[in-house]
Design a protein around this ligand. Structure first.
Ligand code: XMP
Length: 323
C-alpha cells in the first residue's frame, strides 16, 4: 500500500498556502539532512526544479544538482537550467555534457523500447559516475509527486527504467511527494521560478528521442529541435494552452522541389492534444492561420524539411507520442 497524503495537508492554491508549505518543508528538510550533502538529478522539469528550489532554500550549497544533457532536450533547456539554478539561485550545479555519449549509443537503433532502455540506462550510468565523484553524499532528493505514488503502475513507472546500484542507495528526500501537479506549480511560482519552467508541458523522460522516430541521426534531431521550438512558440499562444504540443520528425522522406530541382526532405508533424490524465487524449483545433505561420517559419528556417503535416489523431487509438 502506497503512502497516503496526510489529512492535515490542505490544498495549496494560494501564495499564502504555498509560503506556509515552503516554510514547513524547509524546516523538515533541515531536520532530516542536518549539515549533510544531498544529490539531485535536475532535469529542468517542474517537479525536479521545484524540489531543487526548496532544497536550495533549506540547505544551499549542500544540495548538489546534476543536470545531464543527453542531447534529447528541447531547444534552450540546458541553458535555462544553468541560467536559473547556477546564475540566479547560486546553486551547486554540475552540468554534464553527455550528448555524444547518448547519441553514439543510439546510432542505428530503431526499436522504440530499446531506445528508451538505452536512454534510461545510460542516464543512470552518467548519474552514477557523477555521484561517485562527489564526496560525502548521504541523501538523494527526488521530485516525486503524489500521482507518481498513486500510479506506481503509471506511465512514468511503466516507461522509465533504471535505479542506482546498491552501494549508492541513499536515504530519500522527497519534499513534494504529497502534492498534485497544480500545487507543485503554485509552490514553484512562489519560490520565484520562471513561468517557462513552472508551466512547462509534460515532457517524456526520453525527450526528443521518441519524437525523432526510428534511428536517430544528428541532423534530423537538430531539425526536430528547431521545428519543435517554432511549434511550441506559436501554439503556446492559444488560450487555453493545450496539455501537450510539439513537433515530430519521422524517419521518412518525401519529394520536394526548389529552384526547379527535385530533392528528398523530411516532414515535420505538428501534434497538439488535450487530456485529463494522458490515458485518453483529443487532438486540439489549431486555427488554419496559425498552421500556415508554423509551416512558413519551419520551411524557411529548418534545413532538410520540405513538408509540414498536422496529426489530428485521438488517443485511442493513437498514443500521444509517436513511439
Ligand atoms: P503515450 O504516448 O503513451 O503517452 O500516449 C502518455 C503520456 O506519457 C508521456 N510519455 C512518457 N513519459 N517516459 C515518460 O516519462 C516515457 O518514456 C514516456 N512515453 C510517453 C507522454 O508524453 C504523454 O504525456
Amino acid at each position: 500500500m502506497s503512502e497516503l497524503r496526510p489529512e492535515t495537508l490542505k490544498r495549496i492554491e494560494t501564495t499564502e498556502a504555498a509560503e506556509a508549505f515552503i516554510a514547513e518543508q524547509v524546516e523538515e528538510i533541515r531536520k532530516q539532512v542536518g549539515d549533510k550533502k544531498v544529490l539531485l538529478a535536475l532535469s529542468g522539469g517542474v517537479d525536479s526544479s521545484v524540489c531543487a528550489a526548496l532544497l536550495i532554500k533549506a540547505i544551499g550549497q549542500n544540495l548538489v544538482c546534476v543536470h545531464v544533457n543527453h542531447g534529447l532536450l528541447r531547444k534552450g533547456e540546458p541553458e535555462q537550467v544553468i541560467e536559473v539554478f547556477r546564475n540566479q539561485m547560486n546553486a551547486n550545479l554540475v552540468y554534464v555534457d553527455a550528448v555524444d555519449r547518448f547519441l553514439d549509443k543510439l546510432a542505428g537503433v530503431t526499436d522504440p523500447e530499446t531506445k528508451r532502455k538505452i536512454i534510461g540506462g545510460e542516464f543512470i550510468r552518467v548519474f552514477e559516475e557523477e555521484a561517485r565523484k562527489q564526496e560525502g553524499i548521504e541523501f538523494l532528493a527526488q521530485g516525486t509527486i503524489y500521482p507518481d505514488i498513486l500510479e506506481s503502475d503509471g506511465v512514468k513507472a511503466h516507461h522509465n527504467v533504471g535505479g542506482l546500484p546498491d552501494d549508492l542507495q541513499f536515504e530519500l528526500v522527497e519534499p513534494v511527494k504529497f502534492l498534485y501537479k497544480d500545487e507543485v506549480r503554485v509552490v514553484g511560482k512562489t519560490l520565484g521560478l520562471p513561468d517557462t519552467m513552472v508551466y512547462r508541458q509534460p515532457f517524456p523522460g526520453p525527450g526528443l528521442g521518441v519524437r525523432c522516430t526510428g534511428a536517430i541521426t544528428r541532423d534530423r534531431l537538430e531539425a526536430l529541435r528547431e521545428a519543435d521550438a517554432i511549434v511550441r512558440e506559436e501554439i503556446g499562444k492559444l488560450d487555453p494552452v493545450p496539455w501537450q504540443y510539439f513537433a515530430v520528425v519521422p524517419d521518412i522522406q518525401s519529394t520536394g522541389i526548389k529552384d526547379s530541382k527535385r530533392y528528398m526532405g523530411w516532414p515535420v508533424i505538428i501534434r497538439a492534444i488535450t487530456t485529463v490524465d494522458a490515458v485518453t487524449a483529443k487532438s486540439v483545433e489549431i486555427p488554419f492561420e496559425m498552421l500556415c505561420r508554423i509551416r512558413d517559419r519551419i520551411i524557411e528556417t529548418v534545413p532538410g524539411v520540405n513538408r509540414v503535416l498536422w496529426d489530428i489523431s485521438n488517443k485511442p487509438v493513437s498514443t500521444i507520442e509517436w513511439e
